[in-house]
Design a protein around this ligand. Sequence first.
Ligand code: TYD
Length: 144
Amino acid sequence: MTGEHLGGDFAWVDIPTVTDNRGSLSYAESGDLTPFDIKRVYYIHGAPTGALRGRHAHRELQQVMVAVHGSCYVAVDDTENRHIVKLDDPTTGLYVPPMAWREMLAWNDECVLLVLASEHHDPDDYIDDYEEFNHELRNDDPTT
Ligand code: TYD
């Protein structure tokens, strides 16, 4: 699935995987798997089933999210459309562009959500308020 999005397109990404009778090995390389240089890797684990994470957008950050174990759902929202997708495959990632409101929910099976990120952590890159996100998405200055 690829989604049209005001802030850019989001898309599924096939993660190259080598499988033999010893199991599977999946790998990601900057500029190959991801359309950005990977500057940061983090992972979310131990999220209880009812946890709602995310609930923000990023101004510049690009990410690829992979449920390397278990499953969760990701809502990607551009204020006009809200797509909810399930991540449950360690060989498939979800590319999330800048200016996409995202929520991660319905965690199960002790989900481990791996995130490849284009930038170092920067609190100033977050938009935590949905109305502000709506304004910025349309190049509106929320202070005017
Ligand atoms: P946050 O991005 O808000 O996670 P979520 O949206 O899943 O709830 O991050 C949670 C906390 O972790 C917050 O205090 C910022 C911190 N954090 C870092 O220090 N470095 C990082 O790379 C990330 C992603 C978060």
